[in-house]
Design a protein around this ligand. Structure first.
Ligand code: BES
Ligand code: MN
Ligand code: ZN
Length: 521
């Protein structure tokens, strides 16, 4: 779909659909009021008759509103008139997009960006409207022989800004929104692809494409090079599969000073997790194609920030392989030596994520990182602890944890800070090796993070367990692209700090819109 930014009055729009907000208790927004006046109270009549109560997220499409130039007017309920919270604004935008796909309108102009959202400016309003719209329109139907006709994608959406002087900020917001939206689409596509298509070498090709498209560097290592690095923990997981392992390394040198310490993102890329010899039960095993969502979101976030050309040095590292049972697969009781030299007793081959990540974390040391953040669908225990709402966040540096929490809060992609206390490390003791790869059922997400922490001592590190948030089950089954928004916001915040731009997102939006300057298409 094509996006556009403009300023201008709603009654002057010659378009298939104009989208405006209405409040509860029959109050109209500025744009809705303009349409009401020109149509001699048509809209307030509809509202008076009780067909639209203005509840947040409700919608009503009206046809042939007198004296307007558009075919339809969509009223979007906004709840009580007040300063909006970010979440509510996004909900209104999402509702309007969903309702638009139920009409046959191919073009629309939305006036929802005229709302006032706490602590946010026009640029942010447009950015978020773009991200939410792309997210709501996303479909994954490339393996359907017939496309689903029940929802259409509009051809063009124009986002109206309150005044002409907002156009430049609106355009900036749009570009940022598109970059984030493209990154999220990449993450969802990779997540949703089946394991027989999205193999380790496929992921590597996709990684290379991202780097090539935006002037980044890509280095892809195969089994031989991975063995030469001493990553025997990683390779032990790959052993049972006929698909070769890959280590994907992408670089973006965006900082003014190329020698600035990079931020390193590490993503778990198990393209299918059968459990290996510790085989998983059959029910729902298909969902283990999503076990590369850490990798997908790292690639997605990387794509977004290189498209924005954020002034930071960033490295993405993705260890990727399948976890399969076979005659030559790693077995419970096997002892492997990690790249760090620490030995690991593999008590359960289904705890494979940490076995590939530990070597990637050691590899990260060579970049002399400012910060390392790993992202992984690591434990079922995290789903039990936090459900599908919050990502589990662990860190060896409280200030880093706070940054990530704040970034997630900002973009409705929230994480929750979990403990990484020494007492939990006890559970990883092994009589035969330096550590076991599992710590028993109690606190399973925590002991997995404790395991990783032993390989992340050389730098500030955080771990995001996205087992509950990376994909949805049920009717709307599919990858969510979480935590791409969180990661992008975190990186943007770091870039702002580097530029001395400390409170970019705290900028207040200007006052109520002026009477729109009437310009025609
Ligand atoms: N990929 C799974 C974690 C997972 C499970 C993610 C369910 C999403 C939903 C991981 O590799 C795994 O199998 N973890 C085991 C660890 C256990 C053997 C200590 C688990 O969580 O059961
Ligand atoms: Mn597993
Ligand atoms: Zn796994």
């Amino acid at each position: 779909m094509e996006f556009n930014i403009k300023s201008g009055s709603p009654e002057k729009q010659r378009v298939a659909c104009v989208i405006v907000g209405v409040y509860e208790s029959r109050k109209l927004t500025f744009a809705a009021d303009l349409l009401d006046r020109i149509s001699n109270g048509f809209i307030s009549d509809v509202i008076r008759h009780g067909d639209m109560e203005g509840k947040l997220g409700s919608t009503l499409v009206l046809h042939s509103v007198p004296h307007t130039l558009c075919d339809r007017v969509m009223l979007v309920g906004l709840g009580k008139e007040r300063e909006f919270r970010a979440k509510e604004y996004r909900e209104a935008v999402r509702a309007s997009v969903k309702a638009l796909t139920q009409t046959s309108a191919s073009e629309a102009v939305s006036y929802l960006s005229e709302l006032t959202v706490k602590k946010h400016d026009v640029e942010w309003m447009i950015e978020q409207a773009t991200v939410v719209t792309l997210d709501a329109l996303y479909r994954f139907d490339r393996f359907k022989s017939k496309q689903d006709e029940s929802a259409r994608e509009p051809r063009k959406l124009t986002l109206a800004v309150p005044r002409r002087s907002d156009l430049a900020d609106g355009e900036k917001g749009l570009q940022r929104g598109l970059a984030i939206g493209n990154g999220m689409k990449l993450a969802k596509d990779l997540g949703n692809l089946p394991g027989n298509v999205c193999t380790p070498s496929y992921l590597a090709d996709e990684g290379r494409k991202v780097a090539d498209a935006f002037g980044g560097e890509a280095e892809i290592l195969g089994p031989k090079e991975i063995a030469e690095l001493g990553m025997h923990s990683f390779l032990s997981v790959a052993k049972g599969s006929s698909e070769e392992a890959r280590l994907i390394v992408l670089k973006h040198q965006g900082a003014k000073d190329k020698s600035d310490k990079p931020i390193v993102l590490v993503g778990k890329g198990i393209t299918f997790d059968s459990g290996g010899i510790s085989l998983k039960p059959g029910e729902g095993m298909d969902e283990m194609k999503y076990d590369m969502c850490g990798a997908a979101t790292v690639l997605g976030a990387f794509r977004a920030v290189v498209e924005m050309n954020l002034p930071l040095n960033i490295v993405a590292i993705v260890p990727t392989c399948e976890n399969m049972p076979a005659g030559n697969a790693v077995k419970p009781g096997d002892i492997v030596t990690s790249m760090s030299g620490q030995t690991i007793e593999v008590l359960n081959t289904d705890a494979e994520g940490r076995l590939i990540l530990c070597d990637a974390l050691t590899y990260a040391e060579r970049f002399n990182p400012a910060t390392v953040v790993d992202v992984a669908t690591l434990t079922g225990a995290c789903v039990i602890a936090l459900g599908h709402i919050a990502t589990g966040l662990y860190s060896n540096q409280d200030s880093l944890a706070r940054e990530l929490l704040a970034a997630g809060e900002e973009v409705a992609d929230r994480a929750w800070h979990m403990p990484l206390w020494d007492e939990y490390q006890e559970q990883l003791k092994s009589p035969f090796a330096d550590m076991a790869n599992i710590g028993g059922r109690p606190g399973g997400s925590i002991t997995a993070a404790c395991f990783l922490s032993r390989f992340a001592k050389a730098y500030d590190w955080a771990h995001l367990d996205i087992a509950g948030t990376a994909w949805k089950g049920g009717k709307e089954k599919g990858a969510t692209a979480r935590p791409v928004p969180l990661l992008v916001q975190f990186l943007q915040d770091r870039a702002d700090i580097a530029l001395g731009n400390v409170v970019r997102r705290g900028r207040p939006r200007r006052e109520a819109p002026e009477v729109a300057d009437d310009e025609q298409d």
